[in-house]
Design a protein around this ligand. Structure first.
Ligand code: NAP
Length: 172
């Protein structure tokens, strides 16, 4: 089985979502997500994105599926959700993506339920974090990770509108 990475943006108290949407609109973070998840080491390959059914549903229709990446959705209840591959468990999704020859890296992109399963997984390699330095009302949270992973990269602090944030990379 291949290793995978996690990508997430969280606020001061690890909040990641509210009412099945993102609690903020930060263009530079969306661009960062695009850059990280699109980058491939080998020409002709693409990356896979694993997400929960609710995160899939939270994506605007015009960007669903997220282009040029294999969109994998986890669901026990749905067999057809549009233009994506559906798996009934995280392990099945990971195994299938690992066996696909055209897949370079695998990214877990949320939400709360999927992050919880991914964070303690032995094949989790890196976590790409956007830390948003604000207290924002959220109803979904990212698990505690700083005790299990160590910081290997940290950007300068950026500002967009009312938001200050940094891009950080943690490794297992
Ligand atoms: N800040 C960020 O970086 C970020 C990133 C992504 C999402 N989010 C936010 O997170 C929130 C959504 O998180 P959520 O926890 O409510 O939903 P979610 O994790 O996106 O989706 C949950 C659903 O996915 C399916 N699922 C999850 N784990 C599964 C597994 N191991 N096996 C089979 N099916 C599985 C189930 O679908 P069925 O019920 O169909 O079985 C479950 O009800 C939204 O607010 C979203 O905006 C934030």
């Amino acid at each position: 089985m291949k290793t995978f990475n996690i990508i997430v943006a969280h606020e001061n108290f690890l909040g990641i979502g509210i009412d099945n949407t993102l609690p903020w609109k930060i263009k530079k973070d969306l661009k960062h997500f695009f850059t990280i998840t699109m980058a491939v080491k080998e020409k002709g390959k693409r990356n896979a994105l694993i997400m929960g059914r609710k995160t899939w549903e939270s994506l605007p229709i015009n960007v669903r599926p997220l282009p040029s990446r294999l969109n994998i959705v986890l669901s026990k209840n749905y067999k057809n959700l549009g233009d994506c591959l559906i798996f009934e468990s995280f392990e099945h999704a990971l195994k299938a993506a690992s066996l696909m020859e055209d897949i370079d890296e695998i990214f877990v992109m949320g939400g709360e339920k999927v992050y919880k399963e991914a964070i303690g997984h032995p094949m989790c390699s890196k976590i790409y974090i956007t830390e948003v330095y604000r207290d924002i009302d959220c109803d979904k949270f990212f698990p505690e990770y700083k005790n299990k992973y160590h910081l290997i990269e940290e950007s300068v602090e950026y500002k967009e509108g009312d938001y200050r944030f940094k891009f950080l990379t943690y490794k297992s």
